[in-house]
Design a protein around this ligand. Structure first.
Ligand code: NAP
Length: 294
């Protein structure tokens, strides 16, 4: 019998834990954690993500600030804004919402953020520290997945973990985290990407299968081993006449088909998705406490 991993419930639990910690900080006259977000342009999806982050900050009692910039902003002006945020003592951590307009060099922007305030965990210093298992800000989605494995006490040691996707924000870091000598971790990890041959043969050997490719219902029951743990990161928005919004979200896994074979499985929506913001809040709390960079 499979268990559905309830990301919404775990996310609410962790957010109430954070809120309780913020209440203690406030009652003892400490500094309230402050997360800032830089939003360039007015891309609809980015607006939604940033609004979700601001709302979550309010919910747990953090201070938040939104720094909007025109789509036509020059790279220099954006770098200046980042430098201001790096030097603003009230701001504990900040994010620059991606994607950025084509004329902006994203790696240059990522590297301009002070590693100590890089609560998205995208700066190469944080990536390098993650590789060497040195305390760092973990990227939010992979961190959210680790929190789910932890909260459900899912055994990972010695397991074969197959990761579909190798992006810098999900596939690559999640493969590193599950390979590290820690819990969750100690897996033997295989990473598959668009050039991998015989993906079904590989996924069939996975004790833990993590999919982050953005191909709706790519993973079917015949690709999954009996008793596997399946974590579906994929989110694809498709048009639907059945919902009020006119669209619905589909994961990389054909849920109804695959779920009966699993020990644990995450749904889409309501699995990994809600954990991403929660992980960002955890990083911001750690930043305000100077837990990682003293
Ligand atoms: P991405 O940057 O587009 O990377 C996709 C990865 O999948 C690439 O490594 C690509 O291989 C691989 N891939 C594509 N088609 C494949 C195929 N047919 N077989 C095997 N591998 C294939 O995407 P991303 O940013 O990592 O996001 C992945 C998915 O997760 C998307 O649906 C996104 O919406 C979702 N997501 C969800 C959250 C959340 O909070 N739940 C957060 C971030 C992303 P190559 O490297 O060879 O091109």
């Amino acid at each position: 019998m499979h268990q559905v991993i309830d990301g919404k419930k775990i996310s609410e639990q962790i957010q109430s834990e954070i809120a309780a910690e913020v209440a203690v900080i406030k009652s003892s006259g400490g500094k309230v954690p402050h997360l800032a977000a830089v939003l360039v342009g007015n891309d609809g999806a980015s607006e939604t993500y940033v609004n979700g982050k601001v709302k979550a900050c309010e919910k747990v009692g953090f201070k938040s600030s939104l720094h909007r910039m025109e789509n036509s902003v020059s790279e220099n002006d954006l770098l200046k804004k980042i430098s201001d945020l790096n030097n603003d003592a009230d701001i504990d951590g900040f994010i620059v919402q991606l994607p950025l307009p084509k004329h902006i060099n994203v790696p240059k922007i990522t590297e301009a953020v002070s590693p100590a305030k890089d609560v998205d965990g995208f700066h190469p210093v944080n990536t390098g520290r993650m590789l060497q298992n040195i305390p760092c800000y973990l990227p939010a989605t992979p961190y959210g997945i680790m929190l789910l494995l932890e909260r459900y006490k899912i055994e990972t040691s010695g397991m074969h973990c197959v990761v579909l996707g190798r992006s810098n924000i999900v596939g690559l870091p999640v493969s590193v985290l599950l390979e590290r000598n820690t819990y969750p971790g100690n897996c033997t990890v295989t990473v598959c990407h668009s050039k991998t041959k015989n993906i079904p043969e590989i996924t069939q050997t996975a004790d833990i299968l993590i999919t982050a490719i953005g191909k709706p219902e790519f993973v079917t029951a015949d690709m999954v081993k009996n008793g596997a743990v399946v974590i579906d990161v994929g989110i694809t928005r498709i048009k639907s006449s059945e919902t009020k919004s006119g669209y619905r979200l589909i994961g990389d896994v054909k849920f109804d088909d695959v779920a009966p074979k699993c020990s644990y499985i995450t749904p889409v929506p309501g699995g990994v998705g809600p954990m991403t913001i929660t992980a960002l809040l955890k990083n911001t709390l750690a930043a305000s406490r100077k837990e990682i960079y003293k």
